[in-house]
Design a binder for this molecule. Structure first.
Ligand code: SF4
Ligand code: SF4
Length: 477
């Protein structure tokens, strides 16, 4: 299978991107797709390994290795190389519920453990996946499934993020009558409001929701269960209830005066920015000509950097508490590499500021306000030291420094389910986690996705939604 020498003949190419200073003029996708010949060449780099680690869905040292969905990667790579795109898509859709989501936002665990990456560059699996699903939509290969035999059982899914949607799709295909409730005005959870439009265009999310509606799933927005509809009513209406509400409790900044105006959680900042963009309203948090500090070093902090660059902030600084990662990878294949990378948002902010905006082993010491609004922060250096066998964070003396700050955006991750969510649903919880036996909270109630696992990747949430649905399906077989 495959072109036997493809991996030796062709170098990995990454999609070209629009010039940074041009692309930050709007919130549009800035990647330029390959032409068909290049796409086929890139697919031909796949060696069809005897043991395809790329699709292995393994855990090594409790870390995910390989595609969690077990996507049939070598098979569709080969079919792309042959130019049999529709056949390739048919293999992709067997395991991937929404390749247009993962094709945009997945960190490509498959590529990290691709055999080609042992001594070279991985096959561009994610780009191949996005190519196939784009072709499928463009060429009308995706038709709403209408011939579903119904089993008379009603399921309610609370939350329309990745795990809620994949669970809904799986249950709907198995014949359940599925209703998805969403407390926000638009569906998609973090795909809609937690990830900016330039990373995944909201029309892509809406296109899939419309397809799921055409297939018979009911979607109800602006409805908070436990407030707009009581849990008692939900209990009476449905045979099964699935909670897929994500991790809604952001990790707070533990300093005095952390409630000053201008101190925002990243999730609120990104949500409001996307709402304003879609509603064609002015940005509520207008960062133009403002000094912006983002605390956190993950994907969400990166998304905030890209958003602040598009809003033309006067200065953008990212504070990361961790050590600066090494320039060369330090962990052996097939683990996810540990090396410094510069994602799109940081690159954009760096370009706009003319320097690397990241400051490592640095955190906030205190915030300074004026008339109820933040006006500056004292930052300090920290170090990780071993104490009694545990790593603890210590301040480095005499390193305090003052920075102007009109907006401080907190992107330090999530603690889990919020108390108010768990209470309004009547679920017992312990330190932001719902107590579960596998997916089961009770005979009738299941929990999946980040609400069950804590903050994780979209691809893991998708798999969790499918596994949760399969457990319910089994119960009625
Ligand atoms: S879902 Fe992610 S890990 Fe799986 S094949 Fe696609 S990009 Fe790779
Ligand atoms: S590990 Fe890489 S080269 Fe091997 S089958 Fe998977 S994508 Fe192809």
């Amino acid at each position: 299978m495959g072109k036997p020498t493809g991996f030796m003949e062709y170098k990995r190419l990454d999609k070209k991107e629009l010039d940074v200073l041009k692309r930050i003029e709007n919130f549009n996708d800035f990647h330029i797709p390959f032409d068909l010949d290049t796409q086929r060449q890139q697919a031909s780099r796949c060696m069809n390994c005897g043991i395809p680690f790329c699709q292995s869905a393994m855990k090594i040292n409790n870390r995910n290795v390989g595609c969690p969905l077990s996507n049939l990667i070598p098979e569709w790579n080969h079919l792309i190389y042959l130019g049999l795109y529709e056949e390739a898509y048919k293999r992709l859709e067997k395991t991937a519920p929404f390749p247009e989501f993962t094709g945009h936002v997945c960190p490509a665990l498959c590529e990290a453990c691709c055999s080609c990456s042992i001594n070279g560059d991985a096959v561009g699996v994610k780009a191949n996946e996005l190519f196939l699903i784009s072709e499928a939509f463009e060429n009308g290969w995706i038709k709403p499934k209408k011939d579903i035999k119904r089993n008379g059982k009603k399921v309610c899914i609370i939350g329309s993020g990745p795990s809620g949607l994949s669970c809904a799709k799986q249950l709907n295909y198995a014949g359940f009558d599925v209703t998805v409730y969403e407390k926000e005005d638009r569906f998609g959870g973090l795909l809609m409001y937690g990830i900016p439009n330039m990373k995944i265009d909201k029309k892509i999310v809406e296109r899939r929701i419309n397809l799921l509606k055409d297939e018979g799933i009911k979607f109800i927005n602006n409805t908070k269960i436990g407030k707009d509809i009581s849990m008692d009513e939900i209990n009476k209406m449905y045979d099964e209830i699935v909670f897929a509400c994500g991790t809604s409790q952001p990790r707070p900044l533990a300093v005095e005066n952390n409630n000053l105006e201008g101190i925002l959680f990243a999730v609120d900042f990104l949500k409001q920015t996307t709402k304003n963009l879609l509603n064609k309203e002015n940005f509520i948090f207008n960062l133009k000509d403002k000094s912006v500090i983002i605390i956190g070093g993950g994907d969400t902090a990166n998304d905030c950097c890209g958003t602040a660059a598009r809003e033309k902030a006067k200065s953008i600084t990212e504070l990361e508490i961790t050590k600066e990662p090494p320039k060369e990878n330090t962990v052996p294949w097939p683990n996810y590499p540990n090396k410094k990378k510069t994602d799109y948002g940081v690159l954009e902010a760096n370009t706009l500021m003319g320097k690397d905006i990241r400051r490592y082993e640095t955190t906030i010491d205190s915030v300074v306000g004026e008339d109820g609004h933040i006006k500056g922060v004292y930052i300090k250096k920290v170090e990780f030291v071993s104490e009694n066998g545990r790593m603890v964070i210590k301040d480095v003396p005499n390193t305090k420094e003052y920075l102007d700050c009109d907006y401080l955006i907190i992107a330090m991750g999530f603690l889990g389910t919020s108390d108010s969510d768990a209470e309004s649903y009547g679920l017992d919880h312990n330190r932001n986690r719902i107590t579960l036996d596998n997916f089961k909270y009770s005979d009738k109630i299941s929990v999946c996705g980040d609400m069950k696992n804590g903050q994780s990747l979209v691809v893991i949430a998708l798999k969790d939604g499918i596994d949760c649905a399969n457990q319910i399906i089994k119960k009625y077989e």
